[in-house]
Design a protein. Structure first.
Length: 539
């Protein structure tokens, strides 16, 4: 296993993300710390102070992780947080079917990597934490997984059995899961590791299990030996522990809305996009049937119109205090609950998360919390040996395979042809045009009404030349058919579905082909590396 790198500028990442990596000074108003400045990160770590109750935190995390594992290494990692000097490096992700695409693993590898780097550098305990986004209700996103059927990329979708928009973590796998599971597992080729991987999946994702239980057990079974800790707010004890920031979202609703608006407009004025639409309320309410309903706020009143519920602010705060499990944070409030619950020195984020963290720096001050260092996760594409061999036979850089397949084919034909077809036909047309001028003029002198017919004749001739040029290109395409098949195969591997591999291909696909040790090997490969460029991982 080896790696090479490509700057993010050459790949499909947003302007904000590219500047965050390479031109942080342009974005310094929107984040506390340049993640690649040793001076700034050191100052942040050394000045950080956690105000929470560590004893209670450890008890809550022990209780939360007990759902998923009995690993002593995990609980030893939890206990490290009793040390007043200890800190957490946190990442998170929505719970997805079979663990989701490769970027889930890249986030986890980044928090484990960074925890080790900082523990050695600062001589204090750092623990890696995976925050289970167990309050999200985007089932469509959670229920899709992509893999390969030979060289063809396919997506398999778990159909919903319930129309209620519950928190995905609470959805139970029922009758339709068997059909989905069979369809996905049939995509995985038979290898020396297939039995082991299928056992892993069958022991975690199975009929009767919830998304939360399955996802948590899968992730912790893969990374418990690194001391990875799981956390989330869909828990009685942890929700009670983060009630204060949830109530503050009501107390300070007007200030929050104004601050987010001003900061987001400032971000737009600087030439960047708003990742998240701002609303007056950052809370959801959990109905008796489990539905996650948006709470609206207007003119001092909070309401859920469809349920006929209305609260004054003081009454809503009272309801939150009495039964916090009835309430769920949105995308802006969730990071604040993380920093309130955990000694969160850093959050490892993907490109979209980095964008919305840029909108919300002001909220940390409103909530009297330290904004963590926002670290980009490692970004990577895995290049299998069969693909590596044929890449060398084609004239493109790896990042160029992000282009449209039609454009790549045309470029390849143009580059590979020893005869300059465009030049041949351009010269032919030019010569035909030149010699036609005197003939057209002579015809016009004989009969002026025939001049247009003469011009039409030469135009028709040009059209026939264009048709002939097309046939020549098609002939070349046929001659280069093997290379063009290779070109499509490479693109499908590096940019499946027209997207980065890390966003599309299930990490299970790679485990099935190369074994469960693949991630430990990749973690070793990342030693000494920074997530400041896109990595190409050669297997």
């Amino acid at each position: 296993m080896r790696l090479s790198s490509t700057p993010f500028e050459q790949l499909p990442f947003s302007a904000l993300y590219r500047d965050y990596i390479s031109n942080f000074s342009r974005l310094s108003d929107f984040y506390d710390v340049d993640p690649f400045s040793e001076k700034e990160t050191s100052k942040k770590i050394e000045s950080y102070s956690f105000q929470g109750n560590r004893q209670q935190l450890v008890e809550n995390l022990r209780d939360y992780n007990r759902q998923f594992t009995s690993s002593e290494i995990v609980f030893q990692s939890v206990d490290k947080l009793l040390d007043e000097n200890s800190m957490a490096v946190v990442t998170g992700q929505q719970l997805t079917i079979y663990g989701g695409p490769l970027f889930t693993i890249l986030k986890i590898l980044t928090v484990i990597h960074q925890s080790k780097v900082w523990e050695n550098k600062f001589n204090r305990p750092f623990v890696p934490v995976f925050w289970m986004a167990d309050e999200d209700h985007d089932f469509e996103e959670a229920a899709v997984i992509g893999s390969y059927d030979h060289d063809e990329f396919k997506k398999v979708v778990l159909e919903a059995e319930d129309s209620i928009q519950k928190r995905v973590s609470e959805i139970i796998f029922e009758e339709n899961f068997g059909k989905f599971s069979n369809e996905f597992l049939q995509l995985l080729v038979e290898t020396d590791f297939s039995g082991q991987i299928q056992d892993l999946l069958n022991n975690t994702y199975k009929k009767g299990a919830s998304f939360s239980d399955a996802f948590g057990r899968l992730i912790i079974s893969m990374f418990a030996h690194h001391g990875l800790i799981l956390a989330g707010t869909n828990s009685d004890k942890i929700k009670r522990a983060v009630t204060e920031p949830i109530m503050n979202s009501v107390r300070k609703s007007d200030e929050i809305f104004e601050a987010l608006n001003i900061n987001s407009e400032k971000l737009q004025s600087a030439g960047y996009h708003r990742q998240v639409h701002i609303q007056t309320s950052n809370l959801f309410w959990i109905a008796d049937d489990g539905a996650r309903e948006k709470i609206s706020y207007s003119d001092g009143e909070w309401n859920i119109e469809s349920k006929g519920l209305r609260w004054a602010s003081v009454d809503l705060i009272d309801e939150i205090n009495k039964d916090p499990n009835r309430f769920s944070p949105n995308v802006f409030l969730r990071p604040l609950t993380q920093s309130y619950l955990l000694p969160c020195a850093a959050y490892v984020a993907g490109p979209s998360e980095i964008a919305y963290y840029g909108q919300m720096k002001v909220l940390y001050r409103l909530f009297k919390l330290d904004m963590p260092v926002i670290l980009p996760r490692f970004s990577a594409t895995i290049i299998e040996s069969g693909i590596d061999r044929i890449i060398e036979k084609l004239p493109f850089e790896k990042f160029e395979y992000n282009k449209r397949i039609e454009d790549l084919e045309s470029e390849y034909i143009s580059q590979s042809d020893t005869t300059d077809i465009e030049s041949i036909f351009s010269s032919w047309k030019k010569a035909a045009g030149e010699c036609s001028k005197s003939s057209i003029q002579a015809i016009a002198e004989i009969d002026a009404t025939l001049e247009s017919s003469a011009v039409k004749a030469i135009t028709s001739y040009y059209n026939e030349l264009d048709k002939l040029k097309g046939k020549v290109y098609r002939s070349l395409k046929e001659q280069e058919k093997i290379q063009l098949i290779r070109l499509r195969r490479i693109q499908n591997s590096l940019f499946p579905n027209g997207n980065l591999q890390e966003r599309e291909v299930a990490f299970i696909y790679f485990m099935n082909k190369y074994g469960p040790d693949i991630w430990d090997n990749m973690l070793q490969l990342f030693e000494g590396q920074k997530p400041d460029s896109h990595k190409w991982i050669y297997l």
